[in-house]
Design a protein around this ligand. Structure first.
Ligand SMILES: *[C@@H]1O[C@H](CO)[C@@H](O)[C@H](O)[C@H]1NC(C)=O
Ligand SMILES: *[C@@H]1O[C@H](CO)[C@@H](O)[C@H](O)[C@H]1NC(C)=O
Ligand SMILES: *[C@@H]1O[C@H](CO)[C@@H](O)[C@H](O)[C@H]1NC(C)=O
Ligand SMILES: *[C@@H]1O[C@H](CO)[C@@H](O)[C@H](O)[C@H]1NC(C)=O
Ligand SMILES: *[C@@H]1O[C@H](CO)[C@@H](O)[C@H](O)[C@H]1NC(C)=O
Length: 508
């Protein structure tokens, strides 16, 4: 979803296009020219996994640690929260801009944590980097929820209108860092519900690694969930234009409340959360399923997650049909297919599309495991779908991203011989503050020239997976086309789990 998202970027792109001035100066780019010979496709899932995780270092906000590997980045936004007397430094920039949107950041953290809960055993040496990536998110969410005793949750830092109208590096941005907050009279059950899910899922991920931290996360998750559930409303309304049209909650907040409850059930094993799910799931059961899984809709993933327990305890439960519907709507050979694929085989659902095949591949793999462990298949009309078929479809999406596609190119920066060069990403596109320390002023000639330049971005945002090609498998590597060239944290997060799964099976 997110149809209206980044409309403000659209505007600056248009302004920049009409005001193009010929202007150039010397700074080197590390990429050189693109190789044009036929691309040999040989997936290296281990390499893909390690790069997918590394990307998160490029999205870091706040004080960077000494072991930061994405070297062209530096500290940024250290004063976030100071206008309201709270430390809100840290966390992740969501995409190619410098806003910290709480809703997708919480979702990203939930999915990173889920990837670890489900697949950390497949990650080898990369597990420690994956946990670091989760913690960068969960540490921030602890800060954002530090006043939850008073029913206060901070849900965004950065004015998106101010931010999107400038093409500035995070390190020297001077746009407004306004904080958006929800409370009892201005609630936001979707963003609070997702934050509770993220804290609970992270708690589970850290359970055997760091008991104290895990407990801290869990206690906070419980409080944030109570707040989300007790004070119901959408942040669309409470925070208003500041968050929506960027990350509008299109399909209501009930899915996030259920999602939060499912994760709390998994983390606490307290039946009261299971009862909450059982009693309330009917409130979303009439909503369209059609592969809804992303920062807005959690539907398909909720049905997949609860199926594990139902398979074990109540295998004839009517809710199990829902996960089957999800599979039957997705499988290319299914008579009930409702999801579109490009001719080259990529799941296609629209704007910033790669988030869809990424998220759906993760739940295909998770569900295939649940089916496998209860010796089940899925029936779609007359067609029987085996768990291994779910894995095949997930693999086709992962392979497409890595180069098995009509363009013969990888959609992950730094992976393979040919990959996106002109990311819609401020940090990657503006020369590093380390090589060009002078300030780049918003709306200056130089700023516009940087945005417009034909040359590849100077800083390699290794591991970034971009929005990707359109429905006919065409990719246009143009910085202004954010639907295609912008990376986001919620494209990469599920691919951590997906590449972990395939890197493990590749070893054998
Ligand atoms: C919630 O925040 C709004 C400002 O956004 C404020 O006017 C209101 O008094 C706050 N409500 C409570 C219960 O603190
Ligand atoms: C949030 O805003 C979007 C866009 O205006 C709208 O479609 C949606 O119904 C709103 N959601 C809620 C829960 O109010
Ligand atoms: C991005 O995709 C959305 C949804 O398909 C569309 O409305 C919008 O015009 C696209 N923007 C650009 C710049 O292609
Ligand atoms: C991709 O590779 C295939 C097989 O080598 C080739 O037939 C096709 O023309 C290539 N496509 C592009 C866009 O380079
Ligand atoms: C994909 O992009 C190409 C190049 O811009 C265009 O010709 C084609 O019509 C687009 N396909 C769709 C389905 O929009």
């Amino acid at each position: 979803m997110g149809l209206f998202r980044r409309s403000a970027v659209d505007v600056i792109a248009a302004i920049l296009v009409v005001s193009l001035e010929v202007y150039s100066w010397g700074f080197s780019n590390e990429l050189g020219s693109i190789k044009v010979e036929a691309f040999q496709f040989t997936p290296n899932y281990k390499d893909a996994l390690s790069k997918t995780i590394l990307f998160f270092e490029g999205q870091r906000s706040g004080k960077l640690p000494a072991d930061q590997r994405m070297k062209w980045r530096s500290d940024s936004a250290l004063d976030d929260g100071q206008t309201i007397g709270v430390d809100l430094s840290g966390g992740y920039y969501d995409a190619g801009d410098n806003v910290k949107f709480g809703f997708p950041m919480a979702f990203t953290t939930t999915i990173l944590a889920w990837s670890a809960v489900e697949f950390s055993h497949d990650m080898g040496d990369e597990a420690k980097n994956a946990y670091t990536a989760i913690r960068w998110g969960s540490d921030y969410l602890l800060k954002a929820s530090s006043q939850i005793d008073d029913n206060i949750l901070h849900v965004q830092v950065g004015d998106p209108y101010s931010d999107h109208s400038c093409w500035e590096r995070p390190e020297d941005m001077d746009t407004l860092r306004t904080v958006a907050t929800i409370n009892a009279s201005k609630p936001g059950s979707e963003v609070a519900g997702e934050t509770a899910a993220a804290l609970a899922a992270s708690s589970l991920a850290f359970k055997s690694l760091d008991h104290g931290y895990s407990q801290l996360l869990l206690n906070r998750a419980i409080q944030v969930f109570e707040f989300a559930d007790k004070y119901r409303g959408s942040y669309n309304v409470s925070v208003g234009y500041f968050s929506c049209p960027f990350y509008c909650d299109f399909n209501g907040y009930m899915d996030e409340l259920l999602w939060g409850a499912v994760w709390l059930y998994k983390a606490t094993e307290d039946e009261k959360y299971w009862d909450y799910v059982s009693n309330n799931i009917k409130l979303i059961s009439n909503q369209f399923l059609d592969g809804q899984f992303g920062w807005d809709g959690k539907h398909a993933a909720i049905y997949v997650l609860i199926s594990k327990k139902l398979f074990q305890e109540d295998p004839s439960h009517s809710l199990l049909k829902k996960a089957n519907v999800f599979v039957c709507q997705l499988m290319p050979e299914s008579p009930e297919k409702a999801i579109e694929y490009s001719p080259g085989g990529l799941i296609y659902k629209g704007a910033s599309n790669m988030q869809n095949p990424a998220a759906l591949s993760l739940i295909l793999l998770v569900f295939s495991r649940y089916l496998e462990s209860s010796s089940r298949t899925v029936q779609c009309g007359k067609i029987t779908i085996k768990p291994s078929r779910l894995v095949e479809v997930a693999r086709s999406q992962a392979d497409y991203m890595l180069g098995k596609n009509p363009q013969n190119m990888s959609y992950m920066v730094g992976y393979g011989d040919r990959f996106p060069q002109r990311l819609h990403h401020r940090g990657s596109s503006v020369p590093s503050i380390k090589s060009l320390p002078e300030k780049i002023i918003c709306h200056s000639v130089k700023e516009r020239a940087i945005f417009m330049r034909e040359e590849p971005n100077p800083n390699l945002l290794v591991g970034a997976i971009v929005g990707g090609p359109n429905l006919t498998d065409i990719y246009t590597d143009d910085r202004a086309l954010f639907n295609q060239t912008e990376p986001t944290t919620y494209i990469n997060a599920p691919m951590v789990g997906v590449f972990a799964y395939f890197s493990h099976s590749q070893k054998k």
